[in-house]
Structure formats: C-alpha cells, structure tokens
Design a protein around this ligand. Structure first.
Ligand SMILES: [Zn+2]
Length: 180
C-alpha cells in the first residue's frame, strides 16, 4: 500500500483557484499592455494617452452653437437665440431637448462602432466627457441619468450595455447620478 496522501489528491479550494486565475489574467493583461501599444481607434496608428491620434482628433466635427435648441442639429448661420430648426417645427419630437457632441461622419462612426461592438470600451470615458460638455445645460437641470436598456438577450451576447457605459462616464464627468 502506498502513501495515501500520494494517491488521493489534496482538496484545493475553488476560491484559491479562482484567485490564482485572476492573478494570471492580470499578469497577462499587464504583459499585453506592454507588448501591444494602444492604437488610434480610427486609423490604428499607435497613440499616446486616450484612444485618438492628433490627426483623427483634428478631423472630429464637434457641434458648437448655433444649433437648433430642440434637436441640437447645427445651423449654418446664426438665426438668433432660441430659434428652432424647420425639422423641429414640422415634426416636433417627443423630447424637449437633444444634444450631440459631434456630427455623425466617417470619424465618429468608427468611434461609435468601436465602442458599441466592444473592442474599444476604453473610449467610453473620453466620449462621456464630450457628451457631458455638449449637454452641460441639460445636465445642469437633470436629476438623474437613465441609460437606454439593452434587451437581455443582446446583453447576454454582447456582455455589456454601451449606453450604460457612456452614462457612467457622463455621470463621472458631470456629477449627475446614474439610475438603472
Ligand atoms: Zn488616428
């Protein structure tokens, strides 16, 4: 008969295994950060700091005033304070005010897709700051931020809700609490 301890494996706590797995994952992540520099979310060039290079940043079309006070769409000329766009007058939306940080063009489209489909979740804080700047007047009167819910099946396959990630970033930048 052999040594019983040699034949029967010693029980290993699952908590200890999980903690070891976490440590391995953290090490791998740290190694990947060193081996793979962060890339610009649009042109894929290596970039310092947040997810956009200077060239792509300069091509972003932020929306300054003048814009329609209801829809937030930019005007090509200043029609005066409080003037609404023809679109807002002809087909008034169900909401009082909407604001957008940037025009939806070839640069912002790539950013939105990168966040939405999850390969660049690191973009959320930067985009949240843009949104909170564009919506500062609306946020100043807001009691809470409510992200658009994601259907449970989509949440299950995607594993995150990009609207909640942006709302959390806007909440951090504006101080308005997020409610889910
Ligand atoms: Zn770039």
């Amino acid at each position: 008969m052999g040594d019983a301890a040699g034949e029967i494996p010693a029980p290993v706590s699952t908590a200890r295994l999980a903690s070891a797995a976490d440590k391995v994952r953290a090490l791998l992540r740290a190694a990947l950060d060193i081996a793979l520099p962060r890339l610009c979310a649009v042109c894929r060039e290596p970039v310092e700091g947040e997810g956009l290079c200077a060239s792509c940043w300069s091509k972003l079309s932020f929306i300054p005033r003048p814009y329609c006070e209801r829809l937030g769409i930019p005007f090509v000329y200043d029609p005066g304070p409080g003037i609404l766009s023809m679109e807002a007058i002809a087909d008034p939306p169900a909401y009082n005010r909407a604001r957008a940080a940037v025009r939806f063009d070839e640069i912002s489209r790539v950013l939105v897709h990168a966040l939405k489909y999850g390969d660049r979740l690191d973009l959320a804080p930067m985009m949240g700051r843009w949104i909170s700047r564009a919506g500062r007047e609306v946020l100043a009167e807001a009691d809470a931020l409510v992200p658009v819910p994601l259907h449970w099946r989509r949440l299950w396959t995607r594993r995150f809700n990009q609207s909640a990630m942006l709302a959390a970033a806007v909440s951090a930048a504006s101080g308005v609490p997020m409610v889910t």
